[in-house]
Every structure is written in structure tokens, then in C-alpha cells.
Ligand binder design. Structure first.
Ligand code: UDP
Length: 485
């Protein structure tokens, strides 16, 4: 086949974490459906975890233009790569992976191009991997960034220099309820408390401040920025962001976008039974949910990175059991700091859980949130979890763990009015009160609001109603074609 007539070849390079990997696979499949040739480039560590736990490759078997490739992240095999070790991963990617990345693109090393596949003609990389833009520009390959965190937090990152200039950062003392004034659009509700946690350290030289300040400003270097959101949800910050990055592709919620496209196909739907989970999903919780009344269960999960101390675990557990509400709780095996907690659980908690609870180590979360028995989600507000909850019409209790989650939880409670913010507290009485408030006292109010927002989310994916996310994806695909020529 004449190589010039082959479709554009897009390379996607996600940040090696569960959330970005999930979003990247969804986008990859959407682009496969549009007939493009796709390479997803994963770190070797993520690739081997996927092989162990998910059926990712088989999900893509029906797309001949799809391939998975790997690149080392430069860390030793036994490195944990999570929690506070993330910066080490990030530094290693920057210092060791960059040259390999360039080599792959220059020489088509590792099978990046072949007889039936053009050399990479377009790159979509996580916007925090700024080195990908250096390489792309050097080699003359067009690049668009994808940011899988929330636009509201990204906007805070964009404004970090402004905050410093205005003297709002660093702040000393503990008056965390002071409003922040120098982030356009959020002056009336965003407090010091709602900024990414590293802002509280009072240290402008902190590696995170430096990282997010520069990397986010970097985003304007790429041709455009793909965001996992929809216009109606984030209109407040998107209009401001466009003054810095004019070319935004808002194509989310990605998980729902893909489902919508697949449901239009007449063939069986392989994506509905597959995932890109880095842990094994325990499907038995769906059977348990089947036997629960409508909107009676609160789903509890703090995502793939957050860890709890034993004390926090106990406060949460007592609060949940004392609320009297049924709960489905994800406790990841590596999510509790320290060993031996399994043998120290008080009898009343075991009894309360037996009566009203179900605990798994990893759940099929999208399916759980769409289950009729779920009436609330106690979440850490990772952006994927937040969007999945919004799309499913499930109100939230927010217990943000770090970085963007602190901003997201403020938007959930104050801007979108979709739940309650438990930020900075960890007390069984507060947990009990909030769970009751969400699931009983203000249940109808929150469900109504969540339903309205879910309808807006559906509309952005609706052809007849000029769905914004649909048309933005079409625009991205057109741009890939024209820039790949
Ligand atoms: N997730 C899941 N099962 C679980 C917990 C989480 O499938 O038991 C998925 C969830 O659906 C989401 C992702 O893991 O897509 C977590 O991403 P998020 O951005 O919410 O948080 P992070 O893990 O990055 O902190």
C-alpha cells in the first residue's frame, strides 16, 4: 500500500497513573473509531500491570490500526512509583525517558512505523510531560497536549504566577478561610483552603509549585489542549483559560463519549465489558447492589493513589456504620498506611459491616455509579471519579486527598451544588452527619440537582442538540488529518 494514502498515525503518551491511563485509552478508542492509526505509549511498569489485571489489548483487537508500545520510566523495578514517590517518577521520566522518546520517533525504533503504518504524524501527550513538546518541535511533528486533571484546577495552576505576584502566595498562619482574589472567575468562593495542598506549605521553592507553575505555562506551546470536560460544566473557567490557550478541545466526559459512540454501532459492544484497570475488579459487588433498594447505598472510594492512616480508617468506618446507611466501600490493599489493621477492627464495626456494608479491594466503578441502588458517592474527587459521578447523576461527599482534588471539591459543593465538602476533617461524628444529610435529610434536593447536571452532560454528547463534545472531537480529528498531511 502506498504509505501516503495510509491514515494519520497518532501517538498518545499518558502520564503513568491510573486516571490519565484510563482517559488516554478512551481517547485512543475514539480515534480508532474515526479510522486513525494509533500507538499508545506506556511505561513498562504500567504495561505489565495492565497485562496482569485488565483485558486492554483484547479490547483493541478489532482495530487493526491500534498498537501498544512501551518505554522504560528509568526507575528500578521495585520502586513503588506512588504517593509521595511520584516526584521521583516524574523526574526520572524527564531525565531518562526523553532521549528514548526522541530515538523512537526519529528512527521508528521499537516498531513505531512499518510497511502498513506511517511514521508518527501527530502526538497527543500529557501536558505535564513538557519534554514531549521539545522533542515534537525539534522533529517537526505537530503536538497537542491532553490534561486529565480538572480545568478548574488547571486554571489555578495557570494563575500561580499571578497569585505570587499579588502576594497571595505564600501565605502564613492558619486562616485558611481567607478568599483568594487574584484568580479571575473564582473570587467569590475559592479560599486558601481550596488551593492545591502544596500551596499551604508557605514555600515558593517547593518542587510542586515549581513543577505546576512552569509545566502549566508550557501548555500554551502546544497547538492545542484537550480537556476531559464539557462546555456547560466548566464555562466559568474555560472562558478565562481561552485567553491563555485559545485552542481548547473540550471532549468529555471521555468515558461517556466513548460509550455513546460505541452504542451507535450495531455490533456487540466489547468496551462495555472491558477496562484499563491496574487492579482486578471485583464484580461481586454488582450482585450485592442488585439486592439493594433504589438509591439506598453510598459508594465509598478514594481512587487509586490516596492512602489513609489507621486512625482515619477507624474514624471513617465508625462514621459509616453509625450513619445506618448501606455502603459499598473500596479499600485498596495498599491504601492503608502500616500493617496489621485487618486484625484490629472492633467487633461492632465488623457486625455493622456484615449487616449493611460490602467491602471490595477494587470495583468496576463506572458500572457501580450507574447502578440504580447507588444514591451517593463519598469520593476523594479525583477528576475521573468526579466526572463519572456527574454523568451518572450521583451526588457526592467530598474528601479531597491532594492537589486538584481540593479545588474540585469546592466546585462540587459551591459552584455545581452537587454535594457536601468534608475537606480537612476526619471525624466519625462529621462522617455520620454528612452521610445522613446526603442520603436522607437533603436526598431529594441533591438528587434533583445531580439529575439536572447529568442531563447537561448527556446533551453535550447528543447529535440532535449540537453536542459540544461531539463537535469538538470532530474538530480534533479534522485537525489531525490536516496537520498530518
Ligand atoms: N476506579 C475503579 N475502581 C475503583 C476505584 C477507582 O475503576 O475501585 C477508577 C475510577 O473509575 C476512575 C479511576 O479509577 O476512572 C480513578 O481516577 P481518579 O481521577 O478519580 O483518581 P486517582 O486515582 O487518579 O486519584
Amino acid at each position: 500500500m502506498d504509505r501516503e494514502t495510509l491514515p494519520p498515525h497518532v501517538l498518545l503518551f499518558p502520564l503513568p497513573l491510573q486516571g490519565p491511563v484510563n482517559s488516554t485509552f478512551k481517547l485512543a478508542e475514539l480515534l480508532c473509531l474515526a479510522g486513525l492509526h494509533i500507538t499508545v505509549l506506556l511505561t513498562e511498569d504500567i504495561h505489565s500491570r495492565l497485562l496482569r489485571n485488565a483485558n486492554t489489548q483484547s479490547r483493541f483487537d478489532r482495530y487493526p490500526g491500534f498498537q501498544l508500545k512501551t518505554i522504560p520510566d528509568g526507575l528500578p523495578e521495585n520502586h513503588s512509583r506512588s504517593g509521595d514517590k511520584f516526584m521521583e517518577l516524574f523526574d526520572s521520566l524527564k531525565s531518562k525517558t526523553k532521549s528514548l522518546f526522541k530515538e523512537m520517533l526519529t528512527y521508528g525504533a521499537g516498531g513505531l512505523s512499518s510497511e502498513t503504518r506511517r511514521p508518527v504524524s501527530f502526538i497527543i501527550a500529557d501536558g505535564i510531560l513538557g519534554f514531549t513538546c521539545d522533542v515534537a518541535q525539534e522533529l517537526g511533528i505537530p503536538i497537542v497536549y491532553i490534561r486529565t486533571i480538572s480545568p478548574c484546577c488547571l486554571w489555578v495552576f495557570f494563575c500561580l504566577p499571578k497569585l505570587i505576584e499579588a502576594g497571595e502566595l505564600p501565605f502564613a498562619g492558619d486562616d485558611l478561610d481567607t478568599l483568594i482574589k487574584s484568580i479571575p472567575g473564582t473570587e467569590n468562593f475559592l479560599r486558601r483552603r481550596d488551593l492545591p495542598d502544596f500551596c499551604r506549605l508557605g514555600d515558593l521553592s517547593h518542587e510542586n509549585i515549581q513543577l505546576y507553575k512552569t509545566e502549566s505555562q508550557e501548555n500554551a506551546r502546544a497547538y492545542g489542549l484537550i480537556l476531559n470536560t464539557f462546555e456547560e460544566l466548566d464555562e466559568l473557567v474555560l472562558s478565562h483559560m481561552r485567553t491563555v490557550c485559545p485552542n481548547l478541545y473540550t471532549i468529555g466526559p471521555l468515558h461517556a463519549h466513548l460509550k455513546t459512540k460505541l452504542s451507535k454501532e450495531t455490533t456487540s459492544n466489547p468496551a462495555s465489558s472491558s477496562s484499563s484497570s491496574l487492579w482486578k475488579e471485583d464484580m461481586s459487588c454488582l450482585t450485592w447492589l442488585d439486592s439493594q433498594p433504589s438509591r439506598s447505598v453510598i459508594y465509598v472510594s478514594f481512587g487509586s493513589i490516596a492512602t489513609l492512616t489507621k486512625e482515619q480508617l477507624m474514624e471513617f468506618w465508625h462514621g459509616l456504620v453509625n450513619s445506618g446507611i448501606k455502603f459499598l466501600w473500596v479499600i485498596r490493599p495498599d491504601s492503608i498506611a502500616g500493617k496489621g489493621w485487618e486484625n484490629q477492627i472492633p467487633a461492632e464495626l465488623l457486625e455493622g459491616t456484615k449487616q449493611r456494608g460490602y467491602i471490595v479491594s477494587w470495583a468496576p466503578q463506572e458500572k457501580v455509579l450507574e447502578h440504580a441502588a447507588i444514591g451517593g458517592f463519598w469520593t476523594h474527587n479525583g477528576w475521573n471519579s468526579t466526572l463519572e459521578s456527574i454523568y451518572a447523576g450521583v451526588p457526592m461527599i467530598c474528601w479531597p486527598y491532594f492537589i486538584d482534588q481540593l479545588v474540585n471539591s469546592r466546585f462540587v459543593s459551591e459552584v455545581w451544588k452537587l454535594g457536601l465538602d468534608m475537606k480537612d476533617t476526619c471525624d466519625r461524628a462529621v462522617v455520620e452527619k454528612m452521610v445522613r444529610e446526603l442520603m436522607e435529610v437533603r436526598k431529594e434536593e441533591f438528587l434533583k440537582r445531580a439529575d439536572e447536571m447529568a442531563k447537561l452532560a448527556r446533551r453535550c454528547l447528543c447529535e440532535g442538540e449540537g453536542g459540544s463534545s461531539l463537535s469538538n472531537l470532530d474538530r480534533l480529528i479534522r485537525d489531525i488529518h490536516s496537520m498530518s498531511e
